[in-house]
Design a protein around this ligand. Structure first.
Ligand code: ADP
Ligand code: MG
Ligand code: ZN
Length: 614
C-alpha cells in the first residue's frame, strides 16, 4: 500500500516537473524594447493592443506590421520566435503624461488592468509562484523522507498523536511494590489532587513540579500512573524525546499544546517521561541547539505562568538528574524530588510477591530469590518471574518451580546459556583457571563476598565464564578495606593466568574495566588517597554522558598524582591477588580440574576444596 502510494507520488512529481519545464520553454514571452522604440512603434501604428501595468507596458504588434526599421535585428529575431498574433513587446513604465493622449490618438485598444488576460495572470501566477512552490515543497518532502525523518511534514505542530491522555490509568499503589519511601511521598500529591479545596482553604499551594529520580526500570513511569490512578484524575503523558524535533519551534508549540490540553481537563497530571532528553543543561558548545533551548524555555515559562489555582501537577521522570538544566530545578518548577531507587532485599521480596501471583507456581522460597538478586530493579524482577514461567512451560511442568527461578536468575544475569557452543580446549583451560583465580582469591580473603557459583559455560557473546558472588547483604556504605578486597578478587583471574600460563589473555577485558573504574572512584570520588586530601575531584562519572569539557578543576600536577595513585592502588591489589594465587596454587589446580569436568561448581563444591583463609 505504502509502496503504491510512493509510486504515484513519484509519478506526479515527474509530471509536474515536465509541465513546468514545458511551460517555461514554450510559453509566449514578450520582447523587451526601450520606451523610445515603443513610442516609435506606437506612432507608426504598428501596435494592436496596449496593456498598462504598474511596472510595465505590454503591447502586441499588429501581425502584418513591418517593424524592421524600428527594432534591432536581435529584437526582430526574438519576435519571430513568438506566434504571429502574440508578438508582444514589453517596456518599462516611464512617467509620461502624454502617453494616454498618444494612445487615444492612435485609436489603440488599451486597458489599465489585464482584464482580458485573466488566463495570463493565472499562468504567470502558476509559473512564478505556485509551480516552483509546489515543486519545492514536493522536493523538500521527498528529501525529508529520504533523510528517514519519521515526522510527516503535514503533522508539524499538531501534537495530538504524541500526547497521550488517559482518563483513568487503572493503576494504583497496589501495583507498585518495593519503593515504599517514594510511595509515601507520592501520597501527598494524591491527597492534594483529591482534596485541593481543603488545602486551599488555608492558602496552601499545590506542589507544581515533582521529579521522580531513579535508575531505569525502577518503576518511575509506573508510579506516576499510579498517582494519577489513585487520585482518579486524567493522566496526560509525553516523552521528553518527543519534544525534540527537527524543526525549530515545533517542540515549543507542543509544550504549549500540552499545557492547553491539561488546563482543559484539570485537575490532572502532566507526566513528562525522560525529561533529560529535553531538559539537558543548555550548553554553549558549537552544536546548534536552538530547538531544544526553545522547547525548554517554553516549558519553563509554562510552568512559571500557570495559575496556582489550577489543579495541574507536573510529574517528570529522569535517570540522569545531573544533566538537567539547573533552571528546571529552581523553586516553583521541579522543586520537589522523589527518589525511586533500586529495591533492597525487602523491597525485592515485595515485588516478587506481587508478580508471583500472576503465575502458577509451586512452593517457592522467594526470600532466597530476593537474596540472589541484588541490584535487580522492579523491571528486572518482573522479567525474571516471566522468564521462570517460560522455562517451566518449556519443560512441560505443571507449575513453576524453584529451579526455574534459579535458572531464570542466571539467564537474566548473564544472558542465555549456550551449552552447545564449542570452545576449543585451550580456551576452556584458560577460562577455567581464570575463573578459579577469582574464586580462590575470594575464598581466601576474609572480607570478600562469598562465591555462590563458578562456571565456564559460555553465556552471551563475550562472556566465556563467570564467577558469581553473593553480597552478604545490601550495603550502601563500603569500607576502604572492602574495596581493596574487591579489587584483588577482580584481578584474581588475571593473576591466575599469569601464574599458570606465564602470560595474559584478552579474557580479562571486563575485569580491567571494572578495576579501573573502581580504583578511579576510590581516588577521585571517595577521597581514599590521603596525599590528595579530602577532595572529590569528580562527580559521579557514570551518570554523565560524556560532555565536552575543555578544562579540569585541578592542576596538571594533581592529575599526575591522581594517575599515579590509581596505578598504585591497582598494583597493590594485583600483588595481593598474585601472592594468594601462588600460595594456593594446588587449590587453584584442583579447582580448575573439577571445573573443566563439571563446567559449573556451586558453593558446596567450593567448600569441599578447602581453600584456607588468609
Ligand atoms: P522506569 O520508568 O523507572 O524506567 P517503569 O515504570 O517503566 O520503570 O517499569 C517498567 C516495568 O517494570 C513496569 O511496567 C512494571 O511492570 C515493572 N516494575 C518496575 N518497578 C516496579 C515496582 N516498583 N513495582 C512493581 N513493578 C515494577
Ligand atoms: Mg520509564
Ligand atoms: Zn574475570
Amino acid at each position: 500500500m505504502k509502496k503504491a502510494l510512493r509510486k504515484v507520488f513519484k509519478f506526479i512529481l515527474l509530471f509536474l516537473i515536465v509541465m513546468w519545464v514545458v511551460y517555461l520553454f514554450l510559453a509566449p514571452k514578450a520582447v523587451r524594447v526601450s520606451y523610445d522604440e515603443f513610442q516609435n512603434l506606437l506612432k507608426s501604428n504598428m501596435l494592436s493592443t496596449v496593456t498598462l501595468k504598474d511596472n510595465e507596458i505590454i503591447s502586441t504588434i499588429k501581425p502584418a506590421a513591418d517593424s524592421s526599421n524600428v527594432l534591432t535585428k536581435e529584437q526582430l529575431d526574438d519576435l519571430s520566435r513568438l506566434p504571429p498574433n502574440q508578438q508582444r513587446i514589453t517596456t518599462s513604465v516611464v512617467n509620461d503624461p502624454n502617453l494616454i493622449q498618444a494612445l487615444e490618438n492612435e485609436k489603440i485598444v488599451f486597458s489599465g488592468e489585464p482584464k482580458n488576460n485573466l488566463w495570463d495572470t493565472i499562468k504567470t501566477l502558476f509559473g512564478i509562484w505556485i509551480f516552483p512552490g509546489v515543486i519545492f515543497f514536493l522536493l523538500f518532502t521527498f528529501l525529508l523522507s529520504r533523510m528517514k525523518v519519521s515526522e510527516k511534514v503535514t503533522d508539524i505542530g499538531k501534537s495530538k498523536g504524541k500526547v497521550y491522555t488517559e482518563k483513568h490509568t487503572g493503576i494504583t499503589f497496589k501495583d507498585v511494590a518495593g519503593i515504599d519511601e517514594a510511595k509515601i511521598e507520592s501520597l501527598e500529591i494524591v491527597d492534594f489532587l483529591k482534596n485541593s479545596k481543603y488545602y486551599r482553604r488555608l492558602g496552601a499551594r499545590a506542589p507544581k513540579g515533582v521529579l521522580l529520580i531513579g535508575p531505569p526500570g525502577t518503576g518511575k513511569t509506573l508510579l506516576a500512573r499510579a498517582i494519577a490512578g489513585e487520585a482518579k484524575v486524567p493522566f496526560i503523558s509525553i516523552n521528553g524525546s518527543e519534544f525534540v524535533e527537527l524543526f525549530v519551534g515545533v517542540g515549543a508549540a507542543r509544550v504549549r499544546d500540552l499545557f492547553r490540553q491539561a488546563h482543559a481537563v484539570a485537575p490532572c497530571i502532566i507526566f513528562i517521561d525522560e525529561l533529560d532528553a529535553l531538559g539537558r543543561q543548555r550548553d554553549y558548545s558549537f552544536r546548534g541547539n536552538d530547538e531544544k533551548e526553545q522547547t525548554l524555555n517554553q516549558l519553563l515559562s509554562e510552568m512559571d505562568g500557570f495559575d496556582v489555582n489550577t489543579d495541574v501537577i507536573i510529574l517528570a521522570a529522569t535517570n540522569r538528574p545531573e544533566i538537567l538544566d539547573s533552571a528546571l530545578l529552581r523553586a516553583g518548577r521541579f522543586d520537589r524530588q522523589v527518589l525511586v531507587d533500586k529495591p533492597d532485599k525487602k523491597g525485592r521480596l515485595q515485588i516478587l510477591n506481587l508478580y508471583i501471583k500472576k503465575i502458577h507456581s509451586g512452593n517457592i522460597d522467594l526470600t532466597e530469590i530476593a537474596a540472589m538478586t541484588p541490584g535487580f530493579t522492579g523491571a528486572d524482577l518482573a522479567t525474571l518471574v516471566n522468564e521462570a514461567a517460560l522455562l517451566a512451560t518449556r519443560r512441560n511442568a505443571e507449575q513453576v518451580e524453584m529451579k526455574d527461578f534459579i535458572d531464570a536468575v542466571e539467564r537474566v544475569v548473564a544472558g542465555l546459556e549456550r551449552r552447545n557452543r564449542l570452545i576449543n580446549p585451550e580456551e576452556r583451560r584458560i577460562t577455567a583457571y581464570h575463573e578459579m583465580g577469582h574464586t580462590v582469591v575470594a575464598l581466601a580473603l576474609p572480607g570478600a563476598d562469598p562465591v555462590t557459583k563458578v562456571s565456564i559455560i559460555q553465556r552471551g557473546a563475550s562472556m566465556l565464564g563467570f564467577t558469581m558472588q553473593l553480597p552478604k547483604n545490601d550495603r550502601s556504605i563500603i569500607t576502604h578495606h572492602e574495596l581493596e578486597t574487591k579489587l584483588a578478587v577482580m584481578l584474581g583471574g588475571r593473576a591466575a593466568e599469569l601464574a599458570v600460563f606465564g602470560e595474559y589473555s584478552t579474557g580479562a577485558v571486563d575485569d580491567l574495566l571494572k578495576v579501573t573504574d573502581l580504583a578511579r572512584d576510590m581516588v577521585m570520588r571517595y577521597g581514599m588517597q590521603e596525599s590528595l586530601g579530602h577532595i572529590a575531584y569528580e562527580a559521579d562519572r557514570r551518570a554523565f554522558i560524556p560532555v565536552l569539557k575543555f578544562s579540569r578543576d585541578f592542576s596538571e600536577k594533581t592529575a599526575e598524582e591522581i594517575d599515579e595513585a590509581i596505578r598504585k592502588i591497582v598494583q597493590s591489589a594485583f600483588d595481593k591477588a598474585i601472592t594468594i594465587i601462588k600460595k594456593n596454587k594446588k587449590y587453584l589446580d584442583q579447582g580448575a580440574k573439577i571445573l573443566l569436568e563439571k563446567e559449573t561448581l556451586d558453593k558446596h563444591d567450593l567448600a569441599t576444596l578447602g581453600v584456607p583463609k588468609e
